[in-house]
Design a protein around this ligand. Structure first.
Ligand code: HEM
Length: 448
């Protein structure tokens, strides 16, 4: 027996014409976390347009995995396409399938392992200027680190330092404004406000610099495939022999920089925050790093052995996940027992699902041992989606995990980070992966 969308309950707090915009703007986290109390399917009105939230792991899994072919990415991503182009995150159908097939091998374990040195080098550079007792804006340090690593692994920046510098300068503007530009009405983003002008300028600057770097990569000797871009330039479709055009490459590069920096930076910043709040967990992490890495460099063999550290990252990723993802029905489809006509906009919040007491016992408790093999044995894969699931699962998961392990091991083997007392407590701020509002920490040399 199926039912129509008319029988889906509405979230509380709707106001005529505005819909649920006010509760979403005023208390986004509480609003999203509360949706599951209304039901598995919940209608939320953005102005007068309805979006249907699915709140249970089973329904989300149907959308992402079992019936993934019946959906494309939906409204948020239509708007993002205007500035990040039609790369992996925004494209759909055959274009997405072909480009994902082409690029997937570049992100295989053995290939990205070649970037461990760059990740380690920048981690050492980040901590070099730290002094005992220095107060660090750790969130900023980490963000700059992920941006430096992303540009270096993508472009081998010494080949065109000017263009690389333009990217490093303007990408933060793109990232800062991207969510507003995507969420606000289109007419608003065309108005001549300073923020809109800053954003438009950043788009033009980043695009121009990336095209310059692509032109350079096309002239390089195939033997010198040192960065990701020169690898992408050589990709050829096995059936047609075609590669990616300059425009496609530009879209993918901008997608990787935007998708790969802020997400990783937020997860890393929260990891340092959680470790400082849980000294017993931190002590186990440090003990493991000492045993596995010692004073030596950290490479792929060591990362695999940092089992407890990996569980810590799993637990941080559960508690600090993507706030919102969307899909849109490409054709009529049934999810659960609800008939969705073509064009229905679907949304879900990994952040809220991972904090739902119907899915996790005592969900607010930070407990890396949830992820011990015995403890997670009965758990469905659908319960845990920090990197998404199905054919649109994060292509950069291995890259991000390797980078996070390298930074954590490099920093924690030398420094102990303590929170600074502040009248403003550390809290979540809305972002793709919600980030800390600030993260002041004091660095003390680690005593062994
Ligand atoms: C901790 C860091 C990261 C997190 C939590 C994360 C999370 C995610 C999630 C949840 C998705 C699925 C989106 C959806 O279903 O609509 C996704 C997709 C994607 N991610 Fe990540 N990501 C991270 C790091 C990275 C990095 C480092 C890169 C690039 C090197 C990257 C590139 C991408 C791309 C291109 C997609 C789109 C894949 C597709 O649709 O085929 N991500 N990511």
């Amino acid at each position: 027996m199926t039912v129509t969308l008319r029988s889906v309950p509405r979230a509380p707090g709707r106001i005529p014409l505005l819909g649920h915009v006010l509760p979403l703007a005023r208390r986004p986290f509480g609003f999203l976390e509360g949706l599951g109390d209304t039901g598995g399917f919940v209608r939320v009105d953005l102005g007068t347009s309805p979006v249907y939230f699915v709140t249970t792991p089973e329904l989300i899994n149907e959308v992402l995995v079992a019936k993934s072919r019946d959906f494309d990415k939906g409204r948020l991503f239509d708007r993002a396409r205007a500035f990040i182009g039609n790369g992996l995150t925004t494209s759909s159908g055959e274009v997405h399938r072909r480009n994902r097939r082409l690029m997937q091998p570049v992100f295989h374990h053995e290939r990205i392992a070649g970037y461990a040195d760059i990740m380690g080098k920048f981690a050492v550079e980040m901590i070099e200027p730290w002094q005992p007792g220095s107060v660090l804006a750790l969130d900023q340090e980490i963000y700059q680190y992920t941006l430096n690593t992303a540009t270096e692994t993508l472009f081998a920046t010494e080949l065109d330092p000017g263009a690389a510098e333009e990217v490093r300068r303007y990408v933060p503007v793109l990232i800062k404004e991207a969510l507003t530009q995507t969420a606000l009405p289109e007419a608003f983003t065309r108005m001549p406000f300073p923020a809109n002008r800053r954003f438009d300028k950043a788009v033009v600057k980043v695009r121009a610099a990336v095209q310059q770097l692509i032109a350079l990569a096309r002239t390089r000797d195939p033997e010198e495939q040192v960065d990701l871009l020169s690898t992408f330039v050589l990709l050829r479709d096995a059936e047609t022999g075609d590669g990616l055009t300059d425009e496609e490459l530009g879209d993918e590069i901008v997608t990787f920089i935007i998708g790969g920096t802020e997400t990783t930076a937020s997860t890393l910043a929260w990891t340092f925050h959680e470790l400082a709040r849980h000294p017993e967990v931190e002590a186990r992490v440090v003990e493991e790093i000492d045993a596995v890495v010692g004073d030596g460099p950290i490479g792929i063999p060591e990362i695999g052995k940092l089992e407890y550290l990996n569980r810590v990252v799993d637990e941080v990723s559960r508690l600090h996940s993507f706030l919102l993802l969307m899909r849109r029905a490409r054709q009529d489809v049934v999810i659960g027992d609800v008939e969705l006509p073509v064009g229905t906009e679907i949304a879900f919040s990994p952040y809220a699902m991972h904090r739902d007491a119907r899915v996790y016992d005592d969900p607010a408790r930070f407990d890396p041992d949830r992820w011990l093999p015995d403890n997670k044995a009965g758990r469905s894969r659908a319960d845990y989606i920090p990197f998404g699931a199905g054919p649109r699962k994060c292509i950069g998961e291995g890259y991000a995990r390797m980078q996070m392990s390298i930074v954590l091991a490099t920093v924690l083997s030398r420094w102990q980070l303590r929170p600074v007392e502040s009248p403003t407590p550390v809290r979540d701020v809305v972002a793709v992966v919600p980030r800390p509002n600030h993260l002041p920490m004091v660095a003390e040399p680690r005593v062994r």
